[in-house]
Design a protein around this ligand. Sequence first.
Ligand SMILES: Cc1cc2nc3c(=O)[nH]c(=O)nc-3n(C[C@H](O)[C@H](O)[C@H](O)COP(=O)(O)OP(=O)(O)OC[C@H]3O[C@@H](n4cnc5c(N)ncnc54)[C@H](O)[C@@H]3O)c2cc1C
Length: 409
Amino acid sequence: MTHLIIGNGIAGLNAARAIREMDADAAVVMVSDETFPPYSRPMISYVLEGSEPHAKLPLFPGNVYEDLKITPVLGHRVAHLDVKKKAVRLENGTHIDFQTLLIATGADARQVNVPGSDLGNIFTMRTQKDVLDQLEAVSQGVENALVLGGGLVGFKAAHALLKRGINVTMLITSPYPLAMQVDETAGKMILEELQAHGLAVKVGVSVTAFDGDGTVGNARLDSGEILDCDLVIVGKGVDPSLGFIPENDIEIGYGIQVDPYLCSSVPDIYAAGDAAETFDIARQTRWINAIWPEAAVQGRIAGFNMAGRKVVCPGSLGRNVMRIYSLDVLTLGLANPEKTADLEIIQAGGETAGAYRRLAFRGNIMVGAVLINQIEQGGVFRAMIENRVPVRIPKKYLMSLNFNYSRLL
Ligand SMILES: Cc1cc2nc3c(=O)[nH]c(=O)nc-3n(C[C@H](O)[C@H](O)[C@H](O)COP(=O)(O)OP(=O)(O)OC[C@H]3O[C@@H](n4cnc5c(N)ncnc54)[C@H](O)[C@@H]3O)c2cc1C
């Protein structure tokens, strides 16, 4: 029996661990284009800011491949999947057959495609190599950095560069950073906190070209403005890394659509992590929750199923906790939903209060939350959303810092 895992991120690693727990002898082959051992991807921004050393990134002490008896095929990208023949072809032409396959290829960072985007010191931020390259540029002396995009990655990059004392300008299309994660009130509190620590933000503009002599020197904006910059980080989002799958061979929405066992529409082919569309508990539909804890759990569940032990994935839930200078920010589920007739939103606090709370409900079921400061009840809210606990008390009580969870039950 050969279990093939594409991707050595947390989903791939946890699948291999689960297979090994079930079967000491099965062949496990892991292909990845990254040669670095499995590592903490969210931590790369801490390496950029200098609060964690690069050496701390690996997730596994020792030699993960030897210890888990995995055959590693590193530094190669899978170029083609043949669903009928149960085989993959690598970019170098090598074929690998499998009995079960896990697609744990995560996501690729979107690039900017404007004249000059091939200049030096323009980076995406997805891999440990990206951050090593950024640090190399910083060591040559960077004064002005530009961050394109105000999502989680752009925001983390800006935060890290600011902490290094670099002037940072963020270009975003939404009126505040983290617009996918938080609503406007929370977003503006975050924006003001970042601005108070030196972040410059330009809203509603985009780059039309970069100029420079070998490395980037400035960016031209569609507003006509020209900004000096000697480093650019592109945080324009990610897309599931699925280019090697022929169209229509496997059901793909935005990611690979999987059943509760994380099996795709093709028997013996599983998907987990940022590449997989699982059932989202808050949305009650399929969704990619591209977050670390989901990738970790899904990888493990997929591994068990590949090894023959039926384990159901209970569904996924988007969630995040961040510390932004003096702000603790926690988001859960539908944190910034479109306002629809069936959605009830209650909120309290805000900038002058120093704390903010916004909860979203469908009927008497909580489906989303944004908390800024006073986030201690986040665990209870998460349990309520995940378990779809009906709220049978006036919802305003949930805004109180000392509401009694047992009254809900
Ligand atoms: C800067 C940054 C900060 C983040 N911060 C947070 C955070 O605070 N909290 C949080 O929950 N999440 C965070 N995330 C997201 C989190 O890192 C991802 O959700 C998680 O890493 C997904 O794991 P994965 O195993 O699905 O995929 P990945 O970690 O992306 O691993 C997939 C691997 O497969 C390889 N691969 C892809 N295609 C191929 C191919 N065709 N052939 C061979 N190999 C291939 C990739 O190169 C990669 O090594 C952050 C991400 C980034 C980049």
